[in-house]
Ligand binder design. Structure first.
Ligand code: 13P
Length: 280
């Protein structure tokens, strides 16, 4: 069943659990995600970034997830734009069939971020599309290496005002985690999370969800994180499986190594869902 974030996340904060967003840009990764989530009986969010859209073509990404949602009809699934930087890309995703978008105005000043985000919320209104906004900053690995002080943490008051003025359905909060392979001092700033979680009741989103200590992920979920974004751990699983096959087997058949990589994605998805929510 293809649905939006609201339906998937509606009970998450009260229930103290989170749903994983797994990013994809091709068929095999998407199939592995669906198979893993289905085996766990868990709802799942497919994340597609602007780069994934450029790579695969927006219609192909939509068709892949639509087909999977019919094949695995017992599992609620959402197709979510990850880090849409402009109104235009959010509009394009919604018109193409995405059920949810993230508008990332975090590089803009606070008021500009509110303006851009509200514009997307207004466009999405009445279309059964959910919108995630971002406050603070999820660091980019390379930029963070240059300037660690560039991380800006949001306050509870900013989060409350942002949600009130924009009407977003979910809020990504810059908590000190980064996209990509782990940084030496990357960690979740729990004091920031507590302040924001105390101030707002909306589902909170943790970006940079790969390779964090399991204890920290579970603690963040108990504190109000309802959506954990994962990309790098799937890349590691997929690429690792292909590397191994190409080293060990004299194969010319992409179905052999892509099939093994798809299975590696399925196992990584199962591991991650267990990490986030225990066994259920
Ligand atoms: P990772 O690179 O840590 O998996 O984070 C992915 C992410 O947050 C996508 O929005």
């Amino acid at each position: 069943m293809l649905t939006n974030l609201n339906k998937i996340l509606s009970d998450a904060r009260k229930g103290g659990y989170a749903i994983a967003q797994f990013n994809f840009s091709d068929l095999e990764v998407a199939q592995g995600i669906a198979e893993g989530a289905s085996e766990m009986g868990s709802s799942v969010i497919f994340g597609a970034s602007e780069k994934a859209i450029e790579y695969a073509g927006i219609e192909n990404l939509v068709d892949i997830v639509k087909n999977l949602s019919e094949q695995f009809s017992q599992i609620p699934m959402a197709l979510h734009l990850d880090h849409g930087k402009t109104f235009e890309i959010c509009q394009k995703a919604i018109e193409a069939g995405f059920t949810s978008v993230m508008v990332d105005g975090s590089k803009h000043p606070f008021e500009e971020n509110i303006k851009l985000t509200r514009k997307v919320v207004e466009f999405a209104k009445g279309k059964d599309i959910s919108v995630e906004g971002e406050l603070g900053m999820v660091a980019d690995l390379k930029k963070l290496e240059i300037d660690k002080d560039a991380i800006v943490f949001p306050t509870g008051e900013q989060a409350r005002e942002f949600i009130e003025k924009t009407g977003v359905d979910a809020l990504a909060v810059g908590l000190g985690t980064a996209h990509g392979l782990p940084l030496p001092d990357e960690r979740i700033h729990f004091a920031v999370l507590k302040e924001v979680a105390d101030a707002v009741s909306a589902p909170l989103v943790l970006h940079g969800g790969s390779n964090l200590p399991t204890f920290d992920v579970k603690k963040a979920v108990k504190m109000g994180v309802c959506k954990v974004n994962v990309d790098t751990e799937l890349r590691q699983a997929f690429t690792g499986a292909i590397r191994k096959d190409l080293k060990d087997k004299a194969t010319l058949d992409p179905r052999e190594y892509l099939g093994d990589a798809r299975e590696a994605i399925k196992q990584a998805v199962i591991r991650k869902i267990k990490e986030i929510n225990g066994e259920h």
